[in-house]
Design a protein around this ligand. Structure first.
Ligand SMILES: Nc1ncnc2c1ncn2[C@@H]1O[C@H](COP(=O)(O)OP(=O)(O)OP(=O)(O)O)[C@@H](O)[C@H]1O
Length: 301
């Protein structure tokens, strides 16, 4: 369990986190989304004791990171895949971490297998591609078999096979009952991986939701065409739908699912020539939600 409680972080005049509060529950993948500069990395850094909050706090299993005796056994994190000594081998890097955290060396072999790096374990990390470093960072996060895991943009640098692997790994870690927090600025990635979504912008909570809820909230109705549109409107409205007629005669129906519209039309003997759900894509919904909090935007918009 991760608890962010009224977390505020200022750098000089700049407020990076502004009374941010949310919780991340076990057994789920929680997607942590926000535009560039929203404060995702800063939140994770505070949780890991790498940055001190200006006020408020971030707790893992009810405790601050700094007070944990063997932190890697409680929380594993991948923040920056490049933050590793290039002169060492993957094996030495992990062994060193294991010793420092009183973790049995057999775990090193296990996690190297798990992330697919067993074959290159003795190679110098300096020669690793970004994707391989992401895997090594993931291995380090998993080393202490922690119940809480945090990954900052873990798919950066991974090829499609690697992206699929990470997605599967996140889901299986959550299925084992672990708390998984996964940051990204890409909704498309979260759509496939996350159960819950925590969306922030400019250091503030925009919304806590699920993929399904977000899609429903941005439902734009179902476009229906029928040669007997007026009669169909009556039937649908009688069933509780809100129906608007478009200039070209199409009906935009809200409050009824596609199947219900089809059934009602069939029941009334009314032919349908088109039934198209017009839900906004999750990406559009996310862009709308965060439009006011985008800090860095290309010119001309
Ligand atoms: N040490 C620092 N000093 C001053 N400002 C900082 C510092 N670290 C981060 N910031 C600022 O804090 C803001 C939030 O940064 P953060 O990296 O947490 O965002 P993010 O949501 O992770 O973004 P991204 O998706 O780009 O990684 C940014 O505007 C950044 O410039």
């Amino acid at each position: 369990m991760i608890e962010i409680m009224r977390l505020t972080k200022r750098y000089g005049e700049k407020t990076v986190l502004d009374e941010l509060s949310f919780q991340v529950k076990p057994g789920l993948v929680t997607g942590f989304l926000g535009p560039n500069g929203a404060g995702k990395s800063t939140t994770m850094r505070v949780l890991l004791g790498l940055d001190a909050p200006t006020s408020g706090q971030g707790l893992v299993n009810g405790r601050r990171y700094a007070t944990m005796r063997h932190p890697m056994r409680e929380v594993g994190a991948l923040l920056d895949a490049n933050a590793v000594h290039g002169g060492r081998s993957a094996l030495d890097h992990l062994r060193c971490l294991a010793r420092g955290n009183r973790i049995g060396l057999s775990r090193v072999t296990d996690v190297l297998e798990q992330v697919g790096l067993a074959g290159v374990a003795r190679r110098r990390v300096g020669g690793f591609s970004l994707g391989m470093r992401q895997r090594l960072g993931t291995a380090a996060a998993l080393l202490g078999d922690p119940g809480v895991l945090m990954f900052d943009e873990p798919v950066n640098g991974l090829d499609p096979e690697g992206v699929r692997w990470i997605r599967h790994l996140m889901r299986s870690l959550a299925a084992e009952g672990r708390t998984v927090l996964l940051s990204s600025h890409l909704m498309s990635e979260m759509e496939l991986t996350a159960d819950r979504l925590v969306i922030i912008g400019r250091g503030r909570l925009v919304t806590e939701t699920t993929v399904g809820e977000l899609a429903a909230r941005h439902d734009r109705g179902v476009l229906v065409r029928s040669p007997r549109a007026a009669e169909l409107t009556g039937v649908l409205e009688a069933a509780g739908a809100r129906v608007e007629t478009e200039p070209d005669g199409g009906l935009v129906v809200r409050g009824l699912a596609v199947a219900a519209i089809g059934d009602l039309a069939a029941g009334g003997g009314l032919a349908l020539h088109e039934v198209t759900p017009r839900s906004a894509s999750l990406e559009e919904a996310y862009m709308e939600l965060t439009a006011d909090s985008v800090e860095y935007r290309a010119g001309g918009r």
